[in-house]
Design a protein around this ligand. Structure first.
Ligand SMILES: Nc1ncnc2c1ncn2[C@@H]1O[C@H](COP(=O)(O)OP(=O)(O)OP(=O)(O)O)[C@@H](O)[C@H]1O
Length: 250
């Protein structure tokens, strides 16, 4: 059987005596949105951080398109197309929406590092940035400064910036956290469109179970760093171990 686009085997990470990733396996194919759910402190963000290269595992392997990236730096993984959003958006208040998008476009995989700044004024990159912004609903607000954006708009901008980089793997850390109903609906629609259009593996960490039900093809449940169940959302929702550890009566 062909290796999935993202293949994680036996991943383990401990902070001192606290084991936060405990022998985790995760396989995600192209076009599949794989949700990782679990209680606070289960190790979901630390798992994303290991895939992105910010945290290095103690054991196990991470491969993207058959290439072992376990020891690769964050930069090297970004150049291979691993893009990530954060629970708290990592944006610069003084930049405009379009300036952010131009920086993201200049960091697209395949562009030599030395030319990134020269490329900043490149018309094609500007077009790439504008297309991704329009796709994420930012067409009328390119000149707005990040400082003027609402929390929901910041979260949506982070997704747009990840898309500008033409990712080969998208990691989303709680994109719906703190959003109102309308913003949540917009973001879910955006992610459904991204999933259909890009055909890349997407790993979504999320506490909003309505969103997970709508978006996820596969759900993995982490508790104490350990995978206790993995499968389709309906099977996960009715799994007694998952209900006891996380979902309760939802
Ligand atoms: N750099 C670190 N050093 C020590 N402990 C850490 C570090 N990073 C995370 N932890 C701990 O690891 C555990 C897992 O944290 P993590 O943020 O991955 O959980 P999570 O499942 O994403 O939680 P939440 O749903 O609340 O965001 C927590 O107990 C956290 O305090």
């Amino acid at each position: 059987m062909a290796e999935p686009m993202l293949a994680i085997h036996g991943l383990r990470k401990a902070f001192g005596a606290l084991v936060v990733t405990d022998d985790v396996d995760l396989h995600v194919d192209g076009g599949v949105l794989h949700a990782v759910i679990g209680p606070n402190g289960a190790g979901k963000t630390t798992l994303l951080a290991q895939i992105a290269g910010e945290v290095h595992p103690d054991a196990g392997t991470i491969a993207l398109r058959g290439r072992d990236v376990t020891s690769a730096t964050v930069d090297a993984r970004a150049r291979l197309g691993i893009a990530r959003t954060f629970q708290v958006p990592q944006l610069v208040d003084d930049f405009t929406v379009e300036e952010h998008a131009m920086f993201a476009a200049a960091a697209r995989p395949g562009l030599r590092r030395g030319v990134a700044f020269a490329a900043f004024r490149d018309a094609r990159l500007r077009e790439t940035a504008q297309t991704a912004l329009a796709g994420a609903g930012f067409d009328g607000s390119a000149v707005r400064r990040v400082a003027s954006l609402s929390h929901g708009e910041r979260k949506q901008l982070e997704i747009a910036l990840a898309l500008v980089t033409a990712p080969s793997l998208l990691l989303l850390d709680e994109p719906l956290a703190g959003l109102g109903r309308t913003e949540s609906r917009t973001t879910i629609a955006l992610l459904q469109q991204v999933k259909a259009d890009l055909g890349i593996p997407i790993v979504l960490v999320e506490h909003d179970m309505d969103a997970v039900a709508q978006l996820a093809d596969v759900v993995t449940v982490l508790v104490g760093g350990h995978v206790i169940a993995s499968g389709a959302f309906d099977a996960i929702r009715s799994d007694p171990r998952v209900r006891a550890a996380y979902l309760g009566d939802t």
